[in-house]
Design a protein around this ligand. Structure first.
Ligand code: URA
Length: 234
């Protein structure tokens, strides 16, 4: 058998590699530079892992006093993700977010812009009911915001709607005021991905302050406009 001599180019490139003093490993397998679209099974399993992680949280006053975890509701394939504050009494009983009075109003708000509740994905900043429906403490918001970020990353929505100051604070900090920030499109980077965000009033606040509904309606119309502009199927 005759062994084919290395040609001049082979020798030159070998010399070049040696001069870098790097051990190169050549693989026949092509490099996949594009991430595969996550499958439904993959999203489901990541959501289950996240839920389990939250259920295993230690030393959490909210978890101690709540009946059960309230993780999410709706379609995890949705391009719209809504984030509220935390479960109330009814949510704690049923294990689903936004099923009490605020939830009824949320359903109507979505209907007003031609969106069915079951076609969006809904969660909260804290996943356990705060005692007596108190606002979560800054330390609690902080602690749960890491889970929320992971949750957003998994759902990967095209539009993120933050309802109320707790949801706003969880992602943008406490130095800003919702009255100034609502109704303006913002961007947030989570896990190297940029998300489009709309901050708006919480339905529970609107139940107490009906005169603020006009602002909420303006925000909803903005959201509808964006859905249409981006041609989102919802
Ligand atoms: N308020 C919230 O913020 N979330 C709920 O799930 C219910 C009421």
């Amino acid at each position: 058998m005759t062994v084919k001599d290395k040609n001049q180019n082979d020798i030159m490139s070998q010399e070049l590699l040696n001069s870098f003093e790097i051990d190169y490993i050549f693989e026949n397998k092509p490099i996949n530079r594009f991430k595969n679209k996550p499958t439904i099974e993959n999203i489901n399993s990541r959501l289950n892992d996240l839920k389990e992680k939250i259920e295993n949280i230690d030393n959490c006053e909210l978890k101690k006093s709540a009946k059960q975890i309230v993780f999410s509701d709706g379609s995890f394939e949705s391009s719209i993700m809504i984030v509220g504050e935390g479960p109330g009494q009814k949510e704690d009983e049923l294990g689903k977010p936004f099923v009490g009075d605020a939830g009824q109003l949320l359903n109507k708000m979505l209907e007003a812009i031609n969106i069915k509740r079951e076609n969006v994905y809904i969660t909260n900043v804290v996943n356990y009911r705060p005692p007596n429906n108190r606002k979560p403490e800054p330390s609690e918001i902080n602690r749960y915001s890491e889970f929320l970020r992971q949750h957003i990353s998994i759902i990967d929505p095209k539009i993120l709607i933050l309802m109320g100051s707790t949801a706003m604070e969880a992602l943008f900090g406490s130095k800003i005021k919702i009255s100034k920030e609502r109704g303006i499109w913002k961007e947030i980077i989570i896990n190297n991905k940029t998300y489009l965000v709309m901050i708006t009033f919480h339905p529970a606040y609107l139940l107490r302050q009906a005169d603020q509904k006009k602002y909420s309606w303006a925000d909803l119309k903005e959201i509808r406009k964006k859905i249409d502009a981006l041609n989102l199927k919802i």
